[in-house]
Design a protein around this ligand. Structure first.
Ligand code: ZN
Length: 289
């Protein structure tokens, strides 16, 4: 993650889930099995984002922890599905693009006692080792809502020796503040996650461009120096005629890139609803700043 320290604003990638679906992934099937069965299609997603201007791409491993894989009877294959995820992104992205190995939540809750801290640590460690061994440059722990789970995932990721990025997902509250589903405010995640070993902090999903600018300001106010990454959705999803669409166009998102940088963001990409077109527009705007 040397590049991040050089002071230039970097561009990350956009959505993976919707991209996989556009290539034929059926709802209710395991996305990560494609790392083995449809390796070239997965690599192509990384390639398309690099062509659009991404300095870094993620991996198709968001749900590849043993708890989530259990739904598909694939829990024994977590290491391999993560390793092949990193290999696919590397194959598509080439050696000069950073590969961030994606780790999402397990869907299990510490607070209800259905899982222990040690079980979470083991699952995240297995995932992170697979990603590292497949060639990831860093790990991104993302879409977290529970600060405890996020901290455990960051510690597990850090134990691989790689740099660690961590993003949490916040919702806008009626009073104009932001909270994760588990009640965590953006400022509240900063110290615990840095202490757990996070090198870069930020937010993904849950908000479009404007909400994210507020969240970046709050993180920056809590810590003057930590690099901040933002993966905004292309707005909030709209359900219409049985279809989900996202309202923010590439031009709209790129039009807010300057405000995002002035608020303190160092890395800008996209989450749900964003495509290579969004990334291309953001890249062009960043190049002019
Ligand atoms: Zn999202």
């Amino acid at each position: 993650m040397k590049k991040i320290g050089e002071g230039k604003v970097l561009v990350s990638d956009g959505a993976w889930g919707t991209f996989l679906q556009s290539k034929g992934l059926q709802p209710g099937t395991c996305p990560e099995i494609w790392n083995v069965d449809r390796f070239d299609d997965v690599a192509d997603i990384a390639r398309r984002y690099v062509e659009a201007g991404s300095d870094m791409v993620e991996t198709n491993s968001f749900g590849a922890n043993s708890f989530k894989l259990e739904y598909f009877g694939l829990e024994e294959h977590a290491y391999k599905l993560n390793k092949t995820a990193a290999e696919a992104s590397r194959a598509g992205a080439g050696k000069d693009t950073l590969v961030l190995g994606s780790i999402g939540p397990t869907g299990k809750f510490l607070i209800t006692g259905e899982v222990t801290e040690n079980e979470l640590f083991q699952a995240f460690s297995e995932q992170a080792r697979g990603l590292r061994d497949g060639g990831a440059d860093a790990i991104i722990v993302e879409t977290m809502t529970d600060l405890e789970e996020a901290s455990i995932a960051v510690r597990a990721a850090k134990s691989t020796g790689l740099d660690v990025v961590c993003t949490m997902t916040f919702d806008a509250m009626p009073d104009g503040t932001y909270r994760s589903m588990m009640g965590v405010a953006p400022a509240e995640m900063v110290e615990p996650l840095i202490e757990a070993g996070a090198d870069v902090l930020g937010s993904n999903c849950g908000n479009g461009s404007l909400g994210m600018i507020d969240i970046v300001r709050e993180i920056r106010a809590a810590d003057a120096t930590v690099p901040i990454i933002v993966h905004a959705n292309a707005g909030l999803p709209v359900f219409e005629d049985g279809k989900t669409t996202f309202p923010e166009t590439p031009e709209f998102m790129a039009g807010h890139a300057r405000d995002m940088v002035e608020a303190g963001a160092c890395i800008i990409g996209g989450c749900c609803g964003t495509s290579p077109d969004h990334i291309r527009a953001i890249r062009e705007k960043i190049n002019t700043l």
